[in-house]
Design a protein around this ligand. Sequence first.
Ligand code: KIV
Ligand code: ZN
Length: 382
Amino acid sequence: MSTNRVIVFDTTLRDGEQSPGVRLSMDQKLEIGRALQDLGVDVVEAGFPISSPGDFEAVQMLGRELREVQVCGLTRAREKDIDVAGEALKGAANPRIHTGLGVSENHLQHKLRMTREQALEVGTKAVRHAKNYTDNIEYFMEDSGRADRDYVYKVVEEVIKAGATTINVPDTTGYTYSEEYRALIKGIIDNVPNSDKAIFSCHCHNDLGMATANTLAGVLGGARQVEVTVNGIGERAGNTSLEEVVMSLKIREDLFGLQTGIQTSKLLAISRLVSRLTGMVVQRNKAVVGANAYAHSSGIHQDGVLKERSTYEIIDPSMVGAEKSEIILTARSGRHGLKHRLAELGFHFTEERFEDIYQRFLAVADTKSEVGDEDLQGLVSA
Ligand code: KIV
Ligand code: ZN
């Protein structure tokens, strides 16, 4: 099933909320859920209903409140988990059950303590059971990134036969390199006889900082769903960042030829909302939504951007809802940047007077990380 629409599956409220130290109240989950729906995501994974009464309530509440997105509940491949998720999703307009279990030798031996055959049987049984509640069933093969390919192909074939419509191929431990992950997705699509009956989904963790790159590689391999979180929050080093994947697909449409339903002008607002409610600070240099993402400090860059923004910016800040590019005056700034800021403040000087201010500006800039407007006022009035 290869189309040019990429489904955005947001797991900020499930995998994202698993970030150490994060706990969201019901009201906060609702606020984030509504913002995600407004943003244009296709699926909101709202929680893991059997894990706690709070998660059950969150899935139930979001299923009732969010009528324009699919609301998903996570389960292990166990009947009881699936029954509880089915119950939580009863009032949802578009419910999805996300079930599955591990496929790597590591998980089979150390965590599940099952043979491959036993795990396959448990997995397919879980899918058949989930069909009592919905036809919208996603199957995750935990730790696919480290699993034996032939076994993965076998699992995919059987769970599709059992009724799964989306197959999640998680790189649970963030182990793979992009070319491997792309080959994994492509290998599944090319080798599994009924692969045309399902959508394949990328779920990449960021342990080696590869999550966004791997997700995009998976899309190039034929996946048409991406599992992401706002600001990339999640277990350990986090999940794939929603804003990075969406903006990559948009900015490099020439390469991907694919679209999402995301209204990108809302990206900065939702990033700030999630950061505020989770207490997880966004690093200043974070791609797309970091405070420095559209700020220029060196003279060479400022000169370029002031002549033509695209010299150093591939994203127009307004595309993500940021006001404009910023020129930060520092010891690395040049005359062009300083003149520009002074003009914005209403100051125009002869060349000689400007040169004098510039020399004094450099002396001040050497003493601090950023020269602000108050410093400039002092310089021009001296
Ligand atoms: O990382 C992972 O494998 C997961 C699954 C539960 C989907 O989060
Ligand atoms: Zn995960």
